[in-house]
Design a protein around this ligand. Structure first.
Ligand code: ADP
Length: 291
């Protein structure tokens, strides 16, 4: 892409530590088994998307909360090292958000998510509201309290900041929130579950996995961007890489932005992990130059 993503993006969302245990076989209730590996991996849709937007070249500020535990400090520095401004990221008493993940030899998993500090983002401070009002785009997901997402969207709309929503994980949403959304980014499952609500959202970008993505314009026209052929290693985090890259490039126009995001998502599938698999701008530019 020739245009340079220089959007100012505020991401209001979750940040988690994923605790990933690998085992041949998952234990039955009451049983203890010996696992084969363990890793702590920074995650949370908010943090992943913020990192993706920053790596795409946007100026990104993250709003949310970590706990006062060791994970909180690590999560904060992971964001900072990826170029995300964490000046307004809160540290609250208690644990950071964690996802405890057990993966067996067949790839089947069990996951328990504890919201921790993410659940404590129940209001917005004056500084946070000011950051939203002065940004080009506000990007939210649904891993922090819904009332806070709605309040942020309302404030953004009133301030002329574009409201982008990735409505994930799927849950019932108030009509007032939908009314403030300018751009929804949904995968196939979300597109199906929110089909009725999405009809009134001016701009929708629907991701289709290996088949790419479709942009639905306010005038009802559609633009399909085909999937890129890549050697897929792990699709975890592809959606977050796509969404962050999309908002970073949004000022370049939807066609360019969807193409850019589609490339970011595709590259992310060629690498293991979520936040660790998110490509930077140079990598995306190189992939596009090969077209
Ligand atoms: P989610 O991960 O949220 O379910 P998708 O599976 O639709 O979302 O993937 C998001 C984006 O990642 C796609 O639009 C595409 O750009 C990229 N992507 C995902 N899977 C593949 C794949 N197999 N080959 C190429 N690109 C992919």
């Amino acid at each position: 892409m020739n245009s340079r993503p220089e959007q100012t993006v505020v991401v209001l969302g979750s940040v988690n530590m994923d605790l990933v245990t690998t085992t041949d076989r998952r234990p039955e209730p009451g049983e203890t088994v010996l696992g084969s590996g363990f890793a702590t991996v920074p995650g949370g849709k908010g943090a992943n998307q913020a990192i993706a937007a920053a790596r795409s070249g946007a100026t990104v500020r993250f709003l949310g909360a970590v706990g006062d535990d060791a994970f909180g400090a690590t999560l904060r520095s992971t964001l900072t090292e990826s170029g995300v401004d964490t000046g307004l990221l809160r540290t609250v008493d208690g644990p950071s958000g964690v996802a405890t993940i057990v993966v067996d030899a067949t790839g089947e998993n069990n996951i328990i998510v504890v919201a921790g500090a993410n659940g404590r983002v129940t209001d917005l401070t004056g500084d946070e509201l000011a950051a939203i009002a002065t940004a080009d785009i506000l990007l939210c997901q649904l891993e922090i309290p819904l009332d806070t997402v709605s309040a942020a969207a309302r404030h953004a709309r009133a301030s002329g900041t574009v409201v982008a929503l990735n409505p994930s994980p799927v849950q019932p949403l108030p009509a007032e929130l939908w009314a403030d959304v300018d751009l929804a980014i949904v995968n196939s499952l979300e597109a199906e579950r929110y089909a009725a609500e999405l009809r009134d959202v001016p701009q929708v970008v629907r991701t289709l996995g290996g088949a790419g993505a479709v942009y639905h314009a306010p005038d009802g026209t559609e633009l399909a961007v085909p999937g890129r052929r890549v050697d897929v290693v792990d699709t975890t985090g592809a959606g977050d890489a796509f969404t962050g890259a999309l908002v970073a490039a949004w000022a370049a126009g939807p066609h360019t932005a969807v193409n850019w995001a589609n490339t970011a998502g595709a590259v992310a599938t060629t690498r293991l992990g979520a936040s660790s698999s998110i490509p930077d701008r140079t990598t995306i530019e190189r992939a596009l130059a090969r077209d």
